[in-house]
Design a protein around this ligand. Sequence first.
Ligand SMILES: Cc1cc2nc3c(=O)[nH]c(=O)nc-3n(C[C@H](O)[C@H](O)[C@H](O)COP(=O)(O)OP(=O)(O)OC[C@H]3O[C@@H](n4cnc5c(N)ncnc54)[C@H](O)[C@@H]3O)c2cc1C
Length: 419
Amino acid sequence: MREVIVIGGGPAGSTAATLMTQRGFDVLLVERERFPRFQIGESLLPYNNDLLNRLGVVPKLERGEFFPKYGAEFVTGDGEVGYTFRFDRNLPEAYHRTFQVKRADFDLLLLRNAAAQGVEVREETAVTSVHLDDPDRAVLQLATGESVESRFVIDASGHGSIIGQRYGEKSEIAELKKVAFFAHYRNVPRPEGRDAGNTVIVVLRDAWFWLIPITAELMSVGLVVDRDHFLKCGMPPEALLERTICATPFMAERMKNAERVTQVYARKDFSYAMKRMVGPNFALVGDAAGFIDPIFSTGVFMAMKGADVVATAVERRLRAGSMRLLRKYERAVNGALHRYFRFISNFYRREFLEVFMQPQNKFGLLPAIVGVLAGNIFTKSIPDRLRLELFFALIRIQRRSGVIAPRIEWERLPAAASM
Ligand SMILES: Cc1cc2nc3c(=O)[nH]c(=O)nc-3n(C[C@H](O)[C@H](O)[C@H](O)COP(=O)(O)OP(=O)(O)OC[C@H]3O[C@@H](n4cnc5c(N)ncnc54)[C@H](O)[C@@H]3O)c2cc1C
Protein backbone atom coordinates (compact mmCIF):
# COMPACT_ATOMS: atom_id res chain seq x y z
CA MET A 1 0.00 0.00 0.00
CA ARG A 2 1.21 3.52 -0.89
CA GLU A 3 1.51 6.16 1.81
CA VAL A 4 -0.01 9.00 -0.23
CA ILE A 5 -1.79 9.23 -3.58
CA VAL A 6 -2.46 12.65 -5.10
CA ILE A 7 -5.19 12.97 -7.75
CA GLY A 8 -4.39 15.69 -10.30
CA GLY A 9 -1.16 17.28 -11.48
CA GLY A 10 -2.16 20.97 -11.51
CA PRO A 11 -0.44 23.43 -9.14
CA ALA A 12 -2.26 22.04 -6.07
CA GLY A 13 -1.41 18.41 -6.83
CA SER A 14 2.21 18.96 -7.90
CA THR A 15 2.87 21.12 -4.86
CA ALA A 16 1.24 18.76 -2.37
CA ALA A 17 3.06 15.77 -3.89
CA THR A 18 6.46 17.51 -3.90
CA LEU A 19 6.12 18.70 -0.31
CA MET A 20 5.03 15.23 0.89
CA THR A 21 8.04 13.71 -0.87
CA GLN A 22 10.32 16.32 0.70
CA ARG A 23 8.94 15.09 4.06
CA GLY A 24 10.03 11.53 3.27
CA PHE A 25 6.72 9.99 2.13
CA ASP A 26 6.25 7.62 -0.76
CA VAL A 27 3.91 9.51 -3.17
CA LEU A 28 2.09 8.51 -6.34
CA LEU A 29 0.49 11.31 -8.41
CA VAL A 30 -2.08 10.33 -11.03
CA GLU A 31 -3.04 12.85 -13.71
CA ARG A 32 -5.78 12.33 -16.30
CA GLU A 33 -4.12 14.32 -19.11
CA ARG A 34 -0.72 14.25 -20.78
CA PHE A 35 1.10 17.53 -20.04
CA PRO A 36 1.47 20.16 -21.39
CA ARG A 37 -2.27 20.79 -21.48
CA PHE A 38 -4.21 24.07 -21.71
CA GLN A 39 -5.45 25.56 -18.45
CA ILE A 40 -6.68 29.00 -17.42
CA GLY A 41 -5.38 30.90 -14.38
CA GLU A 42 -2.34 32.71 -15.72
CA SER A 43 -1.62 35.48 -13.23
CA LEU A 44 0.28 34.55 -10.07
CA LEU A 45 0.49 36.44 -6.75
CA PRO A 46 3.71 37.48 -4.98
CA TYR A 47 2.78 35.86 -1.65
CA ASN A 48 3.42 32.58 -3.48
CA ASN A 49 7.13 33.45 -3.77
CA ASP A 50 8.26 31.74 -0.55
CA LEU A 51 6.68 28.49 -1.67
CA LEU A 52 8.04 28.70 -5.22
CA ASN A 53 11.48 29.09 -3.62
CA ARG A 54 10.96 26.02 -1.41
CA LEU A 55 9.87 23.99 -4.42
CA GLY A 56 13.11 25.08 -6.12
CA VAL A 57 11.48 26.43 -9.28
CA VAL A 58 12.29 30.17 -9.21
CA PRO A 59 15.48 29.94 -11.36
CA LYS A 60 13.48 27.95 -13.94
CA LEU A 61 10.72 30.57 -13.92
CA GLU A 62 13.33 33.28 -14.41
CA ARG A 63 14.93 31.42 -17.32
CA GLY A 64 11.63 30.42 -18.95
CA GLU A 65 9.20 32.32 -21.13
CA PHE A 66 7.27 33.63 -18.11
CA PHE A 67 6.64 37.36 -17.81
CA PRO A 68 7.50 39.33 -14.63
CA LYS A 69 4.52 41.01 -12.95
CA TYR A 70 4.96 43.95 -10.55
CA GLY A 71 1.37 45.10 -10.18
CA ALA A 72 -2.20 45.30 -11.40
CA GLU A 73 -4.14 48.11 -13.06
CA PHE A 74 -7.91 48.57 -12.73
CA VAL A 75 -9.53 50.91 -15.25
CA THR A 76 -13.06 51.72 -16.36
CA GLY A 77 -14.09 50.64 -19.86
CA ASP A 78 -14.19 54.24 -21.08
CA GLY A 79 -10.61 54.72 -19.80
CA GLU A 80 -11.70 57.68 -17.60
CA VAL A 81 -10.91 56.31 -14.12
CA GLY A 82 -8.07 53.97 -13.29
CA TYR A 83 -5.40 53.07 -10.77
CA THR A 84 -2.28 50.92 -10.84
CA PHE A 85 -1.51 49.02 -7.64
CA ARG A 86 2.24 48.42 -7.53
CA PHE A 87 3.69 45.65 -5.40
CA ASP A 88 7.17 47.17 -5.59
CA ARG A 89 6.03 50.46 -4.05
CA ASN A 90 3.91 49.07 -1.24
CA LEU A 91 5.22 45.71 -0.09
CA PRO A 92 8.43 44.24 1.36
CA GLU A 93 11.05 43.40 -1.26
CA ALA A 94 10.38 39.66 -1.19
CA TYR A 95 6.94 40.40 -2.69
CA HIS A 96 7.86 42.97 -5.34
CA ARG A 97 7.61 40.60 -8.26
CA THR A 98 5.69 37.58 -9.38
CA PHE A 99 5.02 36.03 -12.81
CA GLN A 100 2.39 35.87 -15.52
CA VAL A 101 2.45 32.35 -16.94
CA LYS A 102 1.26 30.25 -19.79
CA ARG A 103 -0.32 27.57 -17.64
CA ALA A 104 0.56 24.71 -19.96
CA ASP A 105 4.27 25.53 -19.38
CA PHE A 106 3.97 26.44 -15.68
CA ASP A 107 2.06 23.29 -14.77
CA LEU A 108 4.49 21.15 -16.78
CA LEU A 109 7.40 22.76 -14.94
CA LEU A 110 5.84 22.01 -11.53
CA LEU A 111 4.96 18.45 -12.50
CA ARG A 112 8.45 17.70 -13.85
CA ASN A 113 9.90 19.24 -10.70
CA ALA A 114 7.74 16.92 -8.58
CA ALA A 115 9.02 13.91 -10.53
CA ALA A 116 12.61 15.12 -10.21
CA GLN A 117 12.18 15.29 -6.42
CA GLY A 118 10.97 11.69 -6.22
CA VAL A 119 7.20 11.72 -6.84
CA GLU A 120 6.04 8.85 -9.04
CA VAL A 121 4.00 10.64 -11.72
CA ARG A 122 1.57 8.76 -13.95
CA GLU A 123 0.00 10.87 -16.69
CA GLU A 124 -2.97 9.81 -18.82
CA THR A 125 -4.26 7.97 -15.79
CA ALA A 126 -7.73 9.10 -14.72
CA VAL A 127 -9.19 8.11 -11.36
CA THR A 128 -12.75 6.90 -11.89
CA SER A 129 -13.83 6.34 -8.27
CA VAL A 130 -12.51 6.53 -4.72
CA HIS A 131 -13.61 4.39 -1.77
CA LEU A 132 -13.04 5.86 1.66
CA ASP A 133 -15.04 3.59 3.99
CA ASP A 134 -12.01 2.37 5.93
CA PRO A 135 -10.64 5.44 7.79
CA ASP A 136 -7.04 4.21 7.48
CA ARG A 137 -7.11 3.44 3.79
CA ALA A 138 -8.28 4.85 0.45
CA VAL A 139 -8.94 2.63 -2.55
CA LEU A 140 -8.85 4.24 -6.01
CA GLN A 141 -10.13 2.75 -9.24
CA LEU A 142 -8.23 3.89 -12.31
CA ALA A 143 -9.51 4.14 -15.88
CA THR A 144 -6.82 1.61 -16.80
CA GLY A 145 -8.81 -0.97 -14.83
CA GLU A 146 -6.30 -1.14 -11.98
CA SER A 147 -7.06 -0.50 -8.35
CA VAL A 148 -4.49 1.28 -6.12
CA GLU A 149 -4.49 1.82 -2.34
CA SER A 150 -2.95 4.37 -0.04
CA ARG A 151 -3.07 5.38 3.61
CA PHE A 152 -4.17 8.87 2.55
CA VAL A 153 -5.48 10.48 -0.64
CA ILE A 154 -5.20 14.16 -1.59
CA ASP A 155 -7.86 15.25 -4.08
CA ALA A 156 -6.35 17.98 -6.26
CA SER A 157 -8.52 17.18 -9.27
CA GLY A 158 -9.65 20.80 -9.81
CA HIS A 159 -13.26 21.92 -10.19
CA GLY A 160 -14.38 18.35 -11.01
CA SER A 161 -13.32 17.48 -7.44
CA ILE A 162 -13.79 13.72 -7.61
CA ILE A 163 -13.94 13.24 -3.82
CA GLY A 164 -15.50 16.63 -3.12
CA GLN A 165 -18.49 15.90 -5.39
CA ARG A 166 -19.38 13.00 -3.14
CA TYR A 167 -18.17 14.01 0.34
CA GLY A 168 -17.60 17.76 0.19
CA GLU A 169 -21.20 19.06 0.52
CA LYS A 170 -20.62 21.38 -2.42
CA SER A 171 -22.66 24.55 -2.85
CA GLU A 172 -22.76 27.04 -5.70
CA ILE A 173 -22.27 30.69 -4.73
CA ALA A 174 -25.57 32.22 -5.81
CA GLU A 175 -24.30 35.81 -6.14
CA LEU A 176 -21.45 34.78 -8.43
CA LYS A 177 -23.11 33.00 -11.31
CA LYS A 178 -20.72 34.06 -14.04
CA VAL A 179 -19.29 32.76 -17.27
CA ALA A 180 -15.89 33.56 -18.77
CA PHE A 181 -14.77 33.59 -22.40
CA PHE A 182 -11.09 33.93 -23.21
CA ALA A 183 -8.35 33.47 -25.79
CA HIS A 184 -4.69 34.32 -26.45
CA TYR A 185 -3.80 37.17 -28.81
CA ARG A 186 -0.68 38.63 -30.45
CA ASN A 187 0.02 42.29 -31.19
CA VAL A 188 -1.60 43.79 -28.12
CA PRO A 189 0.51 46.78 -26.96
CA ARG A 190 1.60 47.08 -23.34
CA PRO A 191 3.14 49.92 -21.33
CA GLU A 192 6.90 50.46 -21.01
CA GLY A 193 9.07 49.27 -18.13
CA ARG A 194 7.83 47.31 -15.15
CA ASP A 195 4.18 48.14 -15.91
CA ALA A 196 4.45 45.97 -19.04
CA GLY A 197 3.77 42.89 -16.93
CA ASN A 198 0.76 44.24 -15.04
CA THR A 199 -2.57 42.50 -15.18
CA VAL A 200 -5.12 45.00 -16.50
CA ILE A 201 -8.72 44.67 -15.33
CA VAL A 202 -11.21 46.68 -17.39
CA VAL A 203 -14.45 47.38 -15.57
CA LEU A 204 -17.76 47.53 -17.46
CA ARG A 205 -21.21 48.30 -16.04
CA ASP A 206 -22.12 44.62 -15.83
CA ALA A 207 -18.96 42.71 -16.75
CA TRP A 208 -15.16 42.95 -16.81
CA PHE A 209 -12.18 42.07 -18.98
CA TRP A 210 -8.74 40.83 -18.08
CA LEU A 211 -5.57 41.50 -20.08
CA ILE A 212 -2.69 39.32 -18.88
CA PRO A 213 0.67 39.49 -20.70
CA ILE A 214 1.68 35.82 -20.37
CA THR A 215 4.83 35.97 -22.54
CA ALA A 216 6.71 38.73 -24.35
CA GLU A 217 4.43 38.03 -27.35
CA LEU A 218 1.13 36.75 -26.03
CA MET A 219 -1.72 38.49 -24.25
CA SER A 220 -4.44 36.48 -22.54
CA VAL A 221 -7.75 38.32 -22.92
CA GLY A 222 -10.89 37.27 -21.09
CA LEU A 223 -14.41 38.56 -20.53
CA VAL A 224 -16.44 37.69 -17.42
CA VAL A 225 -20.22 38.26 -17.63
CA ASP A 226 -23.30 37.23 -15.72
CA ARG A 227 -24.49 33.79 -16.73
CA ASP A 228 -28.00 35.17 -17.24
CA HIS A 229 -26.73 37.82 -19.62
CA PHE A 230 -25.00 35.17 -21.72
CA LEU A 231 -28.08 32.95 -21.77
CA LYS A 232 -30.31 35.86 -22.82
CA CYS A 233 -27.99 37.64 -25.26
CA GLY A 234 -28.36 34.99 -27.97
CA MET A 235 -24.74 35.30 -29.12
CA PRO A 236 -22.14 32.56 -29.34
CA PRO A 237 -19.09 33.09 -27.04
CA GLU A 238 -16.80 34.31 -29.80
CA ALA A 239 -19.26 36.98 -30.95
CA LEU A 240 -19.98 38.12 -27.39
CA LEU A 241 -16.25 38.45 -26.64
CA GLU A 242 -15.34 40.25 -29.83
CA ARG A 243 -18.38 42.55 -29.93
CA THR A 244 -17.88 43.56 -26.31
CA ILE A 245 -14.22 44.37 -27.08
CA CYS A 246 -15.39 46.64 -29.94
CA ALA A 247 -18.01 48.32 -27.72
CA THR A 248 -15.50 49.13 -24.95
CA PRO A 249 -13.30 52.12 -25.89
CA PHE A 250 -10.31 51.11 -23.73
CA MET A 251 -10.34 47.56 -25.15
CA ALA A 252 -11.06 48.62 -28.73
CA GLU A 253 -7.98 50.85 -28.68
CA ARG A 254 -5.68 48.19 -27.13
CA MET A 255 -6.96 45.44 -29.40
CA LYS A 256 -7.13 47.31 -32.70
CA ASN A 257 -4.23 45.33 -34.25
CA ALA A 258 -4.71 42.17 -32.21
CA GLU A 259 -4.57 38.76 -33.82
CA ARG A 260 -6.24 35.85 -32.04
CA VAL A 261 -4.03 32.76 -31.97
CA THR A 262 -6.19 30.29 -30.02
CA GLN A 263 -9.81 29.25 -30.04
CA VAL A 264 -12.17 31.11 -27.69
CA TYR A 265 -12.44 29.00 -24.52
CA ALA A 266 -15.37 29.09 -22.11
CA ARG A 267 -15.73 28.32 -18.40
CA LYS A 268 -18.93 28.47 -16.36
CA ASP A 269 -20.05 27.73 -12.80
CA PHE A 270 -16.59 28.30 -11.41
CA SER A 271 -17.56 29.77 -8.03
CA TYR A 272 -18.47 27.22 -5.35
CA ALA A 273 -17.64 26.22 -1.80
CA MET A 274 -17.06 22.87 -0.08
CA LYS A 275 -18.30 22.58 3.47
CA ARG A 276 -16.16 19.53 4.18
CA MET A 277 -12.56 19.47 2.98
CA VAL A 278 -11.00 16.76 5.14
CA GLY A 279 -11.64 13.30 6.54
CA PRO A 280 -9.48 10.69 8.27
CA ASN A 281 -8.11 9.43 4.94
CA PHE A 282 -8.61 12.34 2.54
CA ALA A 283 -8.16 16.06 1.99
CA LEU A 284 -9.38 18.33 -0.80
CA VAL A 285 -6.96 20.99 -1.99
CA GLY A 286 -6.94 23.77 -4.61
CA ASP A 287 -10.04 24.11 -6.78
CA ALA A 288 -11.18 20.73 -5.49
CA ALA A 289 -11.71 22.49 -2.14
CA GLY A 290 -13.50 25.56 -3.58
CA PHE A 291 -12.97 28.57 -5.80
CA ILE A 292 -14.35 32.09 -5.82
CA ASP A 293 -14.32 34.14 -9.01
CA PRO A 294 -11.12 35.00 -10.90
CA ILE A 295 -11.21 38.80 -10.41
CA PHE A 296 -8.23 38.96 -8.00
CA SER A 297 -6.20 36.10 -9.57
CA THR A 298 -6.25 34.10 -6.36
CA GLY A 299 -6.73 30.54 -7.68
CA VAL A 300 -3.16 29.29 -8.17
CA PHE A 301 -2.00 31.00 -4.99
CA MET A 302 -4.81 29.39 -2.98
CA ALA A 303 -4.12 26.02 -4.63
CA MET A 304 -0.41 26.08 -3.80
CA LYS A 305 -0.74 27.66 -0.37
CA GLY A 306 -3.47 25.15 0.50
CA ALA A 307 -1.16 22.33 -0.62
CA ASP A 308 1.57 23.70 1.64
CA VAL A 309 -0.69 23.82 4.70
CA VAL A 310 -2.25 20.45 3.95
CA ALA A 311 1.15 18.74 3.59
CA THR A 312 1.97 19.56 7.21
CA ALA A 313 -1.48 18.37 8.31
CA VAL A 314 -1.26 15.07 6.38
CA GLU A 315 2.19 14.41 7.83
CA ARG A 316 0.76 14.84 11.35
CA ARG A 317 -2.16 12.56 10.49
CA LEU A 318 0.11 9.83 9.13
CA ARG A 319 2.85 10.04 11.77
CA ALA A 320 0.79 10.76 14.89
CA GLY A 321 -2.79 9.80 13.95
CA SER A 322 -4.05 13.30 14.75
CA MET A 323 -6.82 15.08 12.80
CA ARG A 324 -6.16 18.41 14.52
CA LEU A 325 -4.06 20.02 11.79
CA LEU A 326 -6.37 18.76 9.05
CA ARG A 327 -9.29 20.49 10.75
CA LYS A 328 -7.14 23.60 11.19
CA TYR A 329 -6.34 23.46 7.45
CA GLU A 330 -10.08 23.36 6.66
CA ARG A 331 -10.70 26.39 8.88
CA ALA A 332 -7.75 28.30 7.37
CA VAL A 333 -8.91 27.72 3.79
CA ASN A 334 -12.50 28.60 4.65
CA GLY A 335 -11.32 31.74 6.44
CA ALA A 336 -9.24 32.87 3.45
CA LEU A 337 -12.04 32.13 0.97
CA HIS A 338 -14.43 34.04 3.21
CA ARG A 339 -12.13 37.07 3.29
CA TYR A 340 -11.72 36.95 -0.49
CA PHE A 341 -15.46 36.55 -0.89
CA ARG A 342 -15.98 39.81 0.98
CA PHE A 343 -13.73 41.61 -1.50
CA ILE A 344 -15.06 39.83 -4.56
CA SER A 345 -18.76 40.24 -3.86
CA ASN A 346 -18.13 43.94 -3.17
CA PHE A 347 -16.17 44.28 -6.39
CA TYR A 348 -19.41 44.00 -8.31
CA ARG A 349 -20.77 47.12 -6.55
CA ARG A 350 -20.27 50.63 -7.75
CA GLU A 351 -19.29 52.23 -4.42
CA PHE A 352 -16.56 49.63 -3.88
CA LEU A 353 -14.98 50.48 -7.23
CA GLU A 354 -15.27 54.20 -6.56
CA VAL A 355 -13.23 53.88 -3.36
CA PHE A 356 -10.94 51.09 -4.60
CA MET A 357 -10.02 52.71 -7.92
CA GLN A 358 -9.43 56.16 -6.42
CA PRO A 359 -7.56 55.16 -3.25
CA GLN A 360 -6.10 57.59 -0.73
CA ASN A 361 -3.01 56.52 1.10
CA LYS A 362 -4.14 57.37 4.61
CA PHE A 363 -3.75 55.16 7.71
CA GLY A 364 -1.70 52.62 5.72
CA LEU A 365 -4.76 51.64 3.68
CA LEU A 366 -2.94 51.36 0.36
CA PRO A 367 -0.33 48.78 1.48
CA ALA A 368 -3.11 46.78 3.15
CA ILE A 369 -5.15 46.67 -0.07
CA VAL A 370 -2.09 45.95 -2.22
CA GLY A 371 -1.29 43.19 0.30
CA VAL A 372 -4.66 41.54 -0.35
CA LEU A 373 -4.11 41.84 -4.12
CA ALA A 374 -0.71 40.20 -3.60
CA GLY A 375 -2.10 37.28 -1.59
CA ASN A 376 -1.56 38.45 2.01
CA ILE A 377 -4.85 36.85 3.03
CA PHE A 378 -3.74 34.37 5.68
CA THR A 379 -2.31 37.20 7.79
CA LYS A 380 -3.14 37.32 11.48
CA SER A 381 -1.77 40.87 11.79
CA ILE A 382 -4.32 42.93 13.77
CA PRO A 383 -3.27 46.28 12.18
CA ASP A 384 -3.72 44.78 8.68
CA ARG A 385 -7.15 43.45 9.57
CA LEU A 386 -8.17 46.77 11.16
CA ARG A 387 -7.09 48.62 8.01
CA LEU A 388 -9.29 46.37 5.90
CA GLU A 389 -12.22 46.97 8.29
CA LEU A 390 -11.62 50.71 7.85
CA PHE A 391 -11.60 50.23 4.07
CA PHE A 392 -15.02 48.52 4.18
CA ALA A 393 -16.32 51.25 6.54
CA LEU A 394 -15.29 53.85 3.92
CA ILE A 395 -17.23 51.92 1.29
CA ARG A 396 -20.34 51.99 3.48
CA ILE A 397 -19.97 55.76 3.87
CA GLN A 398 -19.47 56.12 0.12
CA ARG A 399 -22.66 54.17 -0.52
CA ARG A 400 -24.66 56.51 1.70
CA SER A 401 -23.11 59.88 0.95
CA GLY A 402 -20.51 59.68 -1.81
CA VAL A 403 -18.06 61.83 0.18
CA ILE A 404 -15.11 59.41 0.17
CA ALA A 405 -14.34 59.36 -3.57
CA PRO A 406 -15.66 61.07 -6.71
CA ARG A 407 -18.63 59.21 -8.19
CA ILE A 408 -18.05 57.19 -11.36
CA GLU A 409 -20.66 57.86 -14.03
CA TRP A 410 -21.84 54.29 -14.02
CA GLU A 411 -24.63 54.59 -16.55
CA ARG A 412 -22.12 55.91 -19.09
CA LEU A 413 -19.80 52.92 -18.80
CA PRO A 414 -19.91 50.38 -21.62
CA ALA A 415 -21.77 47.12 -21.00
CA ALA A 416 -21.51 43.55 -22.28
CA ALA A 417 -22.79 43.32 -25.87
CA SER A 418 -26.28 42.06 -26.62
CA MET A 419 -28.23 41.55 -29.85
C1 LIG B 1 -12.01 32.20 -15.96
C2 LIG B 1 -10.97 31.90 -14.93
C3 LIG B 1 -9.82 32.69 -14.84
C4 LIG B 1 -8.86 32.42 -13.87
N1 LIG B 1 -7.77 33.26 -13.75
C5 LIG B 1 -6.87 33.03 -12.77
C6 LIG B 1 -5.70 33.84 -12.63
O1 LIG B 1 -5.47 34.78 -13.38
N2 LIG B 1 -4.84 33.53 -11.64
C7 LIG B 1 -5.03 32.47 -10.81
O2 LIG B 1 -4.22 32.26 -9.91
N3 LIG B 1 -6.10 31.69 -10.93
C8 LIG B 1 -7.01 31.93 -11.88
N4 LIG B 1 -8.08 31.07 -12.02
C9 LIG B 1 -8.18 29.92 -11.14
C10 LIG B 1 -7.26 28.79 -11.56
O3 LIG B 1 -7.60 28.36 -12.86
C11 LIG B 1 -7.44 27.61 -10.59
O4 LIG B 1 -7.68 28.08 -9.28
C12 LIG B 1 -6.21 26.70 -10.57
O5 LIG B 1 -5.99 26.13 -11.84
C13 LIG B 1 -6.40 25.60 -9.52
O6 LIG B 1 -5.35 24.66 -9.58
P1 LIG B 1 -5.63 23.15 -9.17
O7 LIG B 1 -4.31 22.47 -9.18
O8 LIG B 1 -6.45 23.11 -7.94
O9 LIG B 1 -6.57 22.58 -10.32
P2 LIG B 1 -6.31 22.38 -11.88
O10 LIG B 1 -5.35 23.36 -12.39
O11 LIG B 1 -7.66 22.34 -12.50
O12 LIG B 1 -5.66 20.94 -11.98
C14 LIG B 1 -6.42 19.78 -11.73
C15 LIG B 1 -5.80 18.62 -12.48
O13 LIG B 1 -6.48 17.42 -12.11
C16 LIG B 1 -6.64 16.60 -13.24
N5 LIG B 1 -7.78 15.70 -13.01
C17 LIG B 1 -9.09 16.03 -12.95
N6 LIG B 1 -9.85 14.94 -12.71
C18 LIG B 1 -8.99 13.91 -12.62
C19 LIG B 1 -9.18 12.53 -12.39
N7 LIG B 1 -10.41 12.00 -12.21
N8 LIG B 1 -8.09 11.72 -12.36
C20 LIG B 1 -6.85 12.23 -12.53
N9 LIG B 1 -6.62 13.54 -12.76
C21 LIG B 1 -7.67 14.37 -12.79
C22 LIG B 1 -6.88 17.58 -14.38
O14 LIG B 1 -6.55 17.02 -15.63
C23 LIG B 1 -5.95 18.74 -13.99
O15 LIG B 1 -4.69 18.66 -14.62
C24 LIG B 1 -9.04 31.34 -12.99
C25 LIG B 1 -10.18 30.53 -13.09
C26 LIG B 1 -11.13 30.81 -14.04
C27 LIG B 1 -12.36 29.93 -14.12
